[in-house]
Design a protein around this ligand. Structure first.
Ligand code: HEC
Ligand code: HEC
Length: 303
């Protein structure tokens, strides 16, 4: 630190160091400047900041020379290294899609047994399947296939149709109640039935999941006559007509007596869109394998 003298003060006024002035309050040296009793502290700009400024300036000069930098009319200076992020991005994308095509093509065959047993292939394909599911299916079926009001759970072991990937692929490709090729699944309305009978049936169906439904009452007979053909004798579903099991905790619309009464009165016809036109056959099969795998983690509904 260079010594500064205070031209307005007599030398020797500071008892510690010659002309050096120390501000008694802060302990800093002063510059010696004094404006009507206000002295200026000697707090120079830190050296390292100056060095950093110099270094960054130097770096920018090097970068201007080597990398694309300055706009020149409609063009720009290319830099000596000739880097172009646009070209790099396209090359990266090409490499990625070539890599993807390598394994995605294998799903086009639809040999599900072989696909499901190829763990290396599945490991490679799962991130893409998750993305496809998130983009196309999660809005209705939930991010992990947990379903929601009006949309069936895909992550449990109860199926409207089947947990077989071949059948799932068919559902994804052609949809349900979506067009002429779709699977058809309609819960007919039972508005012709006496209100009291409908209410009794609703109570019976609501009690099925807990196993407390009275199997010997008149409601059980009503169920056997009107419902069992589609939902199974005990309401266990699985008949391949798109009618859900009524004996488990997972529901589409709800299985409290009030909601069931509504279902009976107005009927239900849920629509699952057809994806055949939007996704390739390989993508549909990839999703089918993925959806089939959602339920194999555990036997319970993910709700
Ligand atoms: C617009 C909402 C909607 C979207 C998006 C949607 N689904 Fe569905 N999906 C439904 C509905 C509703 C049903 C049930 C139809 C019914 O009630 O019969 C269903 C049924 C299904 C079933 C039959 C389940 C079973 O138990 O058999 C599968 C499998 C399925 N969807 C998979 C998918 C996949 C995979 C995607 C993404 C490509 C998808 N869904 C996108 C609404 C949707
Ligand atoms: C022709 C076949 C058929 C008959 C007969 C039938 N159902 Fe259904 N049921 C279905 C189908 C298909 C669905 C699914 C509809 C959908 O998802 O949109 C369904 C859905 C339901 C649901 C909704 C389940 C949920 O998870 O929310 C209830 C409750 C139900 N049926 C009860 C009954 C009762 C009670 C009867 C007898 C009075 C009956 N069904 C008769 C085909 C049938």
């Amino acid at each position: 630190m260079t010594e500064r003298t205070n031209p307005r003060k007599l030398p020797g006024a500071d008892p510690h160091a010659g002309n050096r002035k120390v501000d008694p309050v802060t302990g800093y040296d002063t510059t010696g400047h004094d404006w009507g009793g206000i002295t200026e502290l000697n707090t120079p700009f830190p050296r390292f900041v100056i060095w950093i400024l110099a270094a960054t300036f130097l770096y920018s000069v090097v970068a201007w020379v080597l990398l694309p930098a300055w706009p020149v009319g409609r063009d720009y200076t290319r830099g000596l290294l000739g880097l172009d992020q646009g070209v790099e991005a396209v090359a990266g994308f090409r490499a990625l899609s070539a890599e993807r095509r390598g394994w995605l093509d294998r799903f086009a065959t639809g040999d599900f047994a072989a696909l499901q047993s190829d763990t290396a292939l599945l490991e490679q394909a799962t991130p893409a399947a998750q993305r496809l599911f998130a983009d196309n299916c999660a809005a209705c079926h939930g991010t992990s296939g947990q379903g929601g009001p009006g949309f069936p759970v895909l992550s449990d072991t109860y199926w409207l149709w089947s947990g077989d990937p071949e059948e799932i692929a068919l559902t994804i490709r052609d949809g349900i109640n979506a067009n002429d090729n779709s699977r058809i699944a309609e819960m007919p309305r039972f508005d012709w039935m006496e209100q009291s009978e409908r209410e009794a049936l609703a109570g019976y169906v609501a009690a099925l999941p807990s196993g407390t439904a009275d199997g010997s009452g008149p409601e059980a007979d009503l169920f056997a006559e009107n419902c069992a053909a589609c939902h199974g004798d005990g309401g266990e579903g699985g008949l391949g007509v798109g009618a859900p099991s009524l004996t488990d905790a997972s529901t589409i619309y709800g299985q409290d007596a009030k909601t069931v009464l509504q279902t009976l009165t107005y009927g239900r016809i849920g629509v699952m869109p057809a994806w055949g036109g939007r996704l390739s056959a390989a993508e549909v099969n990839l999703l089918a394998v993925y959806v089939a795998g959602l339920s194999s983690h555990d036997g319970e509904a993910a709700k």
